[in-house]
Design a protein around this ligand. Structure first.
Ligand SMILES: Cc1cc2nc3c(=O)[nH]c(=O)nc-3n(C[C@H](O)[C@H](O)[C@H](O)COP(=O)(O)O)c2cc1C
Length: 245
């Protein structure tokens, strides 16, 4: 299985998204997959101009010359395409949305109805299956409602299906240095490795493992208490008059 993971975090290699991807892909590679991660933060990808040239004058090619030229062939050659993004304004990051818009050359212009859904036909053979990885600042799963729905629509447009969704609420905990949290974070990473293996071997992530991956690492109350203490400290450093007596 060829896995292509697109990391849409502006923090790139230092992102929580990358922490999740690394552990997941470690398991996937151990189970025999080939994997590549593309950090959008390191790529030059301009927004779609909406000119339709990729459907008309230059079929299958964008008129803009940038890093999408190298990435797009890899997308359509992959067996599993993982969209991995931090949650930004309840959706994917701008970098990820720009990337998704620029996948347009992979479709043909005509409107067709397949299984009662209007869509554009695919330009190239069989599409990759899709995986979704998303982590949020808030420690509650409800924040992923829009992303979950977004990718349900995206796979219809791509004529494919979602085989895994990994949502990590309160993702900032993954970078915590607190020694008491280390074993909990390690346990979570081990579950991610197991998920990588499972997706390669079974072709999908089981509901059981998905639920284990979505379980709180610490209680939301504790997470919020610590987050507020962290931000108070950062602000007090900048303005000592805010220091709590
Ligand atoms: C511009 C911006 C918008 C954000 N919007 C949300 C949001 O709507 N909901 C949320 O829970 N977290 C939000 N966050 C927090 C990020 O999702 C969180 O910090 C995440 O762990 C970052 O992951 P990364 O390290 O992979 O980039 C936002 C962060 C930024 C910078």
């Amino acid at each position: 299985m060829k896995i292509l993971a697109i990391n849409g975090s502006p923090r790139g290699d230092k992102s929580n998204t990358q922490i999740i991807l690394k552990a997941f892909l470690k398991g996937a590679i151990a189970a025999g997959a080939e994997a590549e991660v593309i950090l959008l933060s390191e790529k030059e990808i301009h927004p779609c101009k909406g000119c339709w040239a990729c459907w008309t004058k230059t079929p299958g090619k964008c008129i803009q010359k940038d890093d999408m030229d190298d990435i797009l062939p890899k997308v359509w050659a992959s067996d599993l395409l993982i969209f991995a993004s931090p949650l930004y304004v309840d959706c994917v990051s701008a970098q990820m949305k720009t990337f998704m818009d620029r996948m347009l050359p992979g479709l043909l212009p005509n409107f067709v109805k397949i299984n009662d859904v209007w869509r554009h036909p695919l330009r190239y053979g069989s599409p990759p299956k899709v995986g979704v990885v998303c982590n949020s600042g808030f420690p509650h799963l409800e924040h992923f409602q829009v992303v979950h729905h977004l990718f349900k629509r995206v796979v219809l447009n791509m004529h494919t299906e979602i085989v895994m969704e990994i949502y990590r609420a309160g993702g900032e905990i993954l970078r915590a240095k607190n020694l008491l949290l280390k074993p909990l974070i390690m346990r979570y990473k081990k579950l991610l490795e197991k998920a990588g293996k499972e997706v390669v071997r079974e072709g999908t992530l089981s509901e059981k493992l998905k639920a284990q991956l979505e379980a709180d690492i610490v209680s939301p109350e504790n997470y919020i208490k610590n987050a507020n203490a962290y931000w108070d400290k950062q602000l007090a450093k900048l303005n000592p008059s805010l220091q709590k007596k």
